[in-house]
Design a protein around this ligand. Structure first.
Ligand code: PMP
Length: 283
């Protein structure tokens, strides 16, 4: 495996960053994960738009212009021989003696890695459906920024893992679901409405979420953008989540509540098919 680190393509096991990288010391960095299917990147532009937005919100300089960055992404995919997998991009505010304020004249740092993912395993998981737990959302109030400061997300995911679940849906102080630790949360209500939370500072604007919404609108499938409570989640007809690596993934159990008949719901399956169709048609 090959990694890109600040201008160099290095063997993965030899690739490293300085101990005074601000990403390491302050989590002063942002990232993106782009899925590759059949050698093609899915929603590359959307991910790069969000990366630039995250950097702008944190007043962080881009490590390079967008076109050369896209060339590095292609080179990392090529050198790793990835057909199906992901590319990980991370930008930090660079290397400087540890001090909280932004350092002067310090170039931001760019790291990229790529890895293969098994499409068969993902398909099997989707056929079976997954379980999720709910946990309090203990994150900061700028969840719209894709920051590498992921400690609350790490704790939430570990709690899910400890309880034999795949994901943890986080719940705000009003008892409303925000999103998963690395996914966006959706329900199909008892009335059959497809519901997901509107974008705001409370959640990450998922690229998969946005693409699915666009595809649904194209097909004239109705959708409600509003917050939903834990009670609604527990009594939903269907539950599913979206993310770049999970696509559309049916949820069959939430905490100790079985959703529907314990198998992926018809609407969730249909939406996964719609999203797969979108991926295979996007050049
Ligand atoms: N919410 C959070 C907190 C995430 O980390 C992710 C994964 N990046 C998502 C939602 C899903 O976003 P996307 O569809 O862009 O992968």
């Amino acid at each position: 495996r090959i990694a890109y680190v600040n201008g160099q393509y290095l063997p993965h096991r030899e690739a490293s960053v300085h101990i005074e990288d601000r990403g390491y010391q302050f989590a002063d960095g942002v990232y993106e994960v782009v899925t590759i299917v059949g050698g093609r990147m899915i929603d590359e532009e959307g991910h790069l738009d969000r990366l630039w937005r995250s950097m702008d919100e944190l007043r962080m300089d881009a490590p390079m212009k967008r076109e050369p960055l896209k060339m590095v992404m292609r080179e990392v995919v090529r050198q790793n021989g990835i057909r199906d997998g992901i590319i990980y991009l991370q930008v930090t505010r660079g290397v400087a003696p540890r001090d909280h304020p932004f350092p002067k004249d310090t170039p931001s740092a760019l790291v990229m890695t790529a890895k293969r993912l098994s499409m068969e395993k993902a398909a099997k998981t989707a056929q079976k459906g997954i379980s999720v737990i709910t946990v309090p959302d203990i994150r900061w109030t700028r969840r719209d920024i894709k920051s590498v400061s992921l400690l609350p997300n790490v704790l939430a995911k570990q709690e899910a893992k400890d309880k034999g679940a795949y994901e943890a849906f986080q719940v705000d102080e009003d008892g409303m679901v925000t999103e998963g630790s690395s996914t966006n949360a959706w329900i199909v209500s008892k009335e059959g409405k497809i519901i997901t939370r509107p974008v705001s500072n409370s959640i990450l604007a998922g690229i998969t979420r946005a693409s699915l919404i666009r595809e649904l609108e194209k097909q004239g499938i109705e959708l409600e953008l509003r917050s939903f409570s834990v009670d609604e989640l527990h009594s939903a007809r269907e539950v599913f989540l979206t993310s770049s690596t999970s696509y559309v993934l049916p949820v069959v159990k939430v905490d100790d509540k079985v959703i529907g008949n314990g198998h992926p719901g018809l609407i969730s399956q249909k939406l996964r098919a719609i999203y797969e169709q979108f991926m295979s048609s996007s050049a």
